[in-house]
Write a new protein. Structure first.
Length: 297
């Protein structure tokens, strides 16, 4: 939204500046076109001056690097010339490296010096052209001065808004990049969640089959209670209980028809042991007995 507002403001200022400059040009007449070569020459001279300053900075940097490389060569030569270091390969390698640096710095210094001379000459030529046009077009320059001053003001305002638009475009591009990365991360997270769900579903379907066989076995005991009279009740299995279905639980509840003997018992362990002993004694005696079904909680 900020980028859209900045672009709208830039277009509005551009349209307004064009309208005002057009009105100013209509008032001043053809003196604007006659004075335009002078202002164009001034613009080129200003650009040449800026290039000259940059070339001068590059030349100064090259001279500094060349001097530092020469000092490094001097230090390396002093180290090699020492008696104890004359055969030391480290000093020899340092001298060779310093010599290469001196050669590179010398080439850069000469190249930057030639470039500085070239742009300086262009700058001098541009300045001379500006002086010549100023003398020949002095009258129209003075007459068209309000137009070009107004144009310079609008150019400065437009440059500021253009810089703002450029900065906002960069921020929007960075935000779009972060948004795309976030979407990819969300897709990866979603895929991982679905993979874990599928893995849990596969593990549930691959559970032990003993739990599925328990309802039939329990139903057989309910149909014939005497089948389990001579055997102690089997303790419940934790793994099987975790996968019992509703049908198995309902079948087990139907078997719990004798619980009055639990009053004197403390826990399931004593219940199993007493029932095992009582069933064994009664089965050995061969008389009538009362069957107590096992329970699993």
């Amino acid at each position: 939204l900020g980028l859209q507002e900045a672009r709208t403001a830039y277009r509005r200022i551009l349209s307004e500046s064009a309208r005002k400059l057009n009105a100013q040009g209509s008032q001043l007449g053809n003196c604007i076109e006659k004075a335009r070569p002078y202002y164009e020459a001034r613009r080129l001279a200003k650009e040449a001056q800026q290039e000259t300053q940059k070339a001068a900075l590059r030349y100064e940097r090259a001279v500094s690097m060349h001097n530092a490389a020469r000092e490094m060569v001097f230090v390396a030569e002093q180290g090699v010339m020492a008696d104890k270091n004359r055969l030391d390969p480290t000093w020899q390698e340092m001298l060779n490296h310093a010599t290469c640096k001196v050669n590179e710095a010398e080439e850069e210094r000469l190249r930057s010096e030639r470039e500085h001379q070239r742009v300086t000459q262009l700058c001098q030529q541009a300045e001379a052209k500006v002086q010549a046009l100023q003398k020949s077009l002095k009258r129209v320059i003075v007459k068209s001065k309000p137009y070009f001053e107004l144009k310079a003001q609008f150019n400065q305002i437009l440059e500021e808004h253009k810089a703002k638009v450029t900065a906002l475009e960069r921020l929007v591009s960075q935000a779009k990049t972060r948004y795309s990365v976030a979407l990819r991360n969300l897709e990866q997270i979603s895929e991982q969640i679905h993979a874990r769900r599928l893995q849990r579903l596969i593990l549930r379907r691959a559970s032990p089959v003993g739990a599925e066989a328990s309802p039939g076995h329990a139903g057989a005991e309910a149909a014939d209670p005497r089948r389990g009279a001579g055997r102690p009740p089997t303790p419940p299995q934790v793994d099987n209980l975790s996968v019992l279905s509703l049908q198995t639980i309902a079948s087990d509840l139907q078997k719990f028809d004798s619980v009055e003997h639990l009053v004197t018992l403390s826990d399931a362990t004593s219940l199993n042991s007493d029932e095992a002993g009582e069933g064994g004694r009664r089965g050995g005696a061969g008389g009538h007995f009362r069957h107590h079904r096992s329970i699993s909680l």
